[in-house]
Design a protein around this ligand. Structure first.
Ligand code: F6R
Length: 364
């Protein structure tokens, strides 16, 4: 049941420290700062290209993994929406690795993409939450998210456990390909081991996130901006908000702002900016100046240092714990979930069973 929580979605958001920890335990040795993936039926050292395929939130996990794998393993990664990939049926070089991300393991388009890749001689790897699912059974290799059953239609803990496994896959591939040395592996492993505590820290800040919900609840349209590996988190934030609050929301790469969406900015459009203090901070902060100069209402998500450095007059600030750049998407996924949740509660929508949506999309 929902226990002390009012909705399954909130319960599942609060389970994240535990389920991320459980998922990490299957791969990470925190004392030695090493990690080992479960046995795979192919050698990661031979993998020279990776393709990652999914739908919806699982696709955004794939997008995040592209940043991680390209950086840590120096292997080119292509990501695809399953329904686009399957009908495009692109030519594939034999010996590539194709990864299929699906919470349910039953999504029709993702399954069809898996079958296409198998026919084209790709190594296939399923990343699923349901071990006995069709996608898990048909793929050559399987990596499991230990999120436990996800009841809320809006995916939350499945997403962050997918990210957890994908970060580990990036490290393993980097080690196997010789792109990541032992010291770098140790650093990433240390950052990963801290994620459950960082996520728990974000959850303790729920009140400060709820306080911003009224600003968003009154809007008709909302923009989310992020850069680098946090760009997919902007997309995920927008998807969560539209799914459960029915507010129109779009995520953009912050650098794309002046290529179009800036035309939408006025005082009625909240702009939610995901901006940890990392190497890209200054770029995004200058986008914030542009939004504020046009009367936009910015809700700025950053750490203490990032908030202190911001000179623009933003409408609201949400302070988050410090996060290693590599794990920041895992930390910043949480406030966008909580914000969507509290906006939906403020609007009185059916959080766990949003209109028109199904938990598992087994038809095309
Ligand atoms: C979003 C959501 C959907 C699913 C998508 C893929 O909150 O739940 O976008 O992520 O339908 O589902 P799976 O991962 O089961 O293939």
């Amino acid at each position: 049941g929902k226990g002390q929580h009012r909705h399954f979605m909130l319960k599942e958001i609060f389970e994240q420290p535990e389920v991320i920890g459980n998922t990490l335990k299957t791969m990470l040795n925190p004392a030695e700062r090493t990690l080992t993936l479960p046995q795979l039926p192919f050698d990661l050292a031979t993998i020279a290209r990776v393709r990652i395929i999914g739908c919806g939130t699982s696709y955004y996990a794939a997008m995040t993994a592209k940043y991680w794998i390209e950086r840590m393993a120096r292997v080119p990664v292509e990501v695809d929406i399953a329904s686009e990939f399957r009908y495009r049926a692109p030519p594939l070089e034999p010996g590539g690795l194709a990864v299929f991300i699906s919470q349910s393991g039953e999504t029709a388009d993702t399954l069809a993409a898996l079958r296409h890749c198998q026919a084209e001689g790709q190594h296939t790897l399923a990343l699923v939450n349901v071990p006995e699912s069709t996608i898990a059974r048909e793929a050559e290799g399987v990596l499991l998210t230990l999120a436990g059953p996800e009841i809320g239609v809006a995916s939350t803990k499945a997403f962050t456990t997918q990210l957890t496994v994908l970060a580990c896959l990036a490290v393993a591939l980097g080690r196997a390909r010789g792109a990541l040395d032992r010291a770098a592996e140790a650093e990433v492993c240390h950052a990963l081991a801290e994620v459950p505590a960082r996520v728990a820290d974000v959850l303790r800040r729920e009140d400060s996130i709820r306080a911003v919900a009224p600003l968003v609840a009154e809007a008709r349209d909302v923009l989310y901006l992020g850069r680098g590996s946090n760009y997919p988190i902007a997309l995920e934030g927008a998807l969560k908000l539209k799914e459960i609050s029915y507010i129109h929301a779009e995520g953009y790469a912050a650098g794309e702002l002046k290529h179009g969406p800036i035309a939408l900015i006025d005082e009625s459009v909240p702009v939610i900016v995901i901006c940890p203090s990392d190497a890209l901070y200054d770029k995004t902060a200058s986008n914030v100046e542009e939004v504020v100069a046009r009367g936009g209402k910015v809700i700025f998500l950053s750490d203490r240092a990032g908030l202190a450095r911001l000179s623009a007059k933003v409408a609201a600030r949400i302070e988050l714990p410090d996060a290693e750049p590599l794990v920041a998407p895992l930390v910043y996924a949480i406030p966008v979930q909580l914000l969507a949740y509290h906006v939906a509660v403020a609007k009185g929508t059916d959080v766990d069973q949003p209109r028109n949506l199904a938990k598992s999309v087994t038809v095309e």
